[in-house]
Design a binder for this molecule. Structure first.
Ligand SMILES: *Cc1c(COP(=O)(O)O)cnc(C)c1O
Length: 371
């Protein structure tokens, strides 16, 4: 069998893309807020039901600039259970990350543990909607309101996620998205910031283009994080396919759920109430005491059979050499995150994943000894 990776990007039809490229070749307008960039911002805002969206060259620079735009300094309370870019973005702004433990039911920052981590230096909270699971946004907002903190959501996994028919991307002061090849909605590389108001969007748009306002005016300390026309055109085509992409991922997810039911020691997750998920990942937890094998055993068995599942998110960010010296990185502060990182395994999930492959993967888990 050929190699099966944890994800596989969906690409737009090549013919359609070539047609748009021909238009770019005609005008030779290849970057700097061209026609496709403007159209992509408009159409994406409308699809996501948000008002102030700025496109970026990737999600990490969107995170870095989101913190700059809000002038965040000092300490920021965040989660260690994420992709490393979340915390790196803080470091690149000279901000000290303070790690908070997570919930068992959604893998997100536990709002009940935030308050005890607040110091006079705390200026913001940076939660992550892990696997696209919505955070407890109301509770987080209440804490931020009481202590006068900003909230920057790393919504890299949360493209299109809604609760009670409302996007979750309008919570907090800013949300950032990633359109990296591995994400449900991809533009090869890409990202966005969603801001509360027009003024903030304008600031962000200056910051991602050197601070340039016009030929003779430069404000602040901008950088270059713009999306170009070739990528914007690609993104426009991806919008046409995203509902189909999510629908197919939902079918695959439900198939996994059906097959995996009742395997002792394996935990799976159902859809949340009143939530429109995007089915970005299929995480399972492996409890070695009940299952009889460790997560790493199972990871290896799958690998030996050409199935490349991923341990997102192991190791925890707080366990990396760059961050493990921090006070908040100590084990007693993060018991649930540590336990989860030891048990988690994300199984392959993408639109073109074949049903028989899902069956094969689940059989390997059931048999658990065919190395
Ligand atoms: C992918 C990802 C990012 C970074 O996005 P890039 O577009 O790859 O720079 C940030 N945070 C999380 C949680 C991610 O999964």
């Amino acid at each position: 069998m050929s190699k099966i990776f944890v994800t596989q990007p969906s690409l737009p039809p090549l013919k359609d893309y070539v047609a748009l490229l021909e238009k770019i070749w005609e005008t030779k307008h290849i970057t700097n807020n061209g026609k496709f960039h403007k159209q992509f911002e408009r159409e994406l805002s409308s699809y996501l039901k948000v008002e102030n969206l700025s496109l970026f060259t990737n999600g990490t620079l969107a995170l870095v600039i989101a913190l700059q735009a809000l002038r965040i300094t000092g300490e920021v309370i965040t989660t260690p259970y994420s992709f490393v870019a979340t915390t790196h973005a803080l470091h690149w702004n000279g901000i000290k990350p303070v790690f908070c433990d997570i919930n068992e039911h959604d893998f997100n920052i536990n709002p009940d543990k935030i308050e005890s981590l607040i110091t006079p230096k705390t200026t913001a909270i940076m939660p992550v909607h892990v696997y696209g699971n919505p955070c407890d946004n109301e509770k987080i907002q209440r804490i931020a309101d009481i202590y006068g903190l900003k909230i920057i959501y790393d919504a890299a996994h949360a493209f299109g996620v809604e609760q009670n028919n409302k996007t979750i991307l309008n919570w907090g002061d800013l949300s950032i998205l990633s359109f990296h090849a591995t994400k449900t909605f991809n533009t090869v590389e890409g990202g966005a910031i969603i801001s509360k108001d027009e003024k903030l969007k304008k600031r962000i748009d200056y910051l991602k283009n050197f601070g340039i306002v016009n030929e003779t005016t430069v404000v602040g300390y901008g950088i270059n994080a713009k999306m170009n026309e070739l990528i914007a055109a690609y993104g426009l085509l991806q919008i046409k396919n995203i509902d189909n992409e999510i629908q197919k991922r939902k079918q695959k997810t439900n198939l996994y759920r059906k097959f995996i039911k009742n395997i002792n020691g394996i935990s799976i997750y159902s859809d949340f109430e009143n939530t429109k998920h995007n089915y970005s990942y299929f995480p399972i937890l492996i409890d070695k005491n009940k299952f009889g094998k460790t997560r790493d055993d199972m990871y290896q068995i799958l690998k030996n059979n050409n199935i490349f599942a991923r341990r997102y998110f192991y190791p925890l960010i707080s366990q990396l050499p760059a961050y493990r010296g921090l006070g908040s990185a100590k084990k007693s502060n993060l018991p649930i995150a540590i336990k989860t990182a030891e048990q988690i395994l994300c199984l392959p999930l993408y639109a073109e994943l074949e049903n028989k492959t899902i069956e094969f993967i689940v059989n390997l888990i059931r048999l658990k000894d065919c190395s």
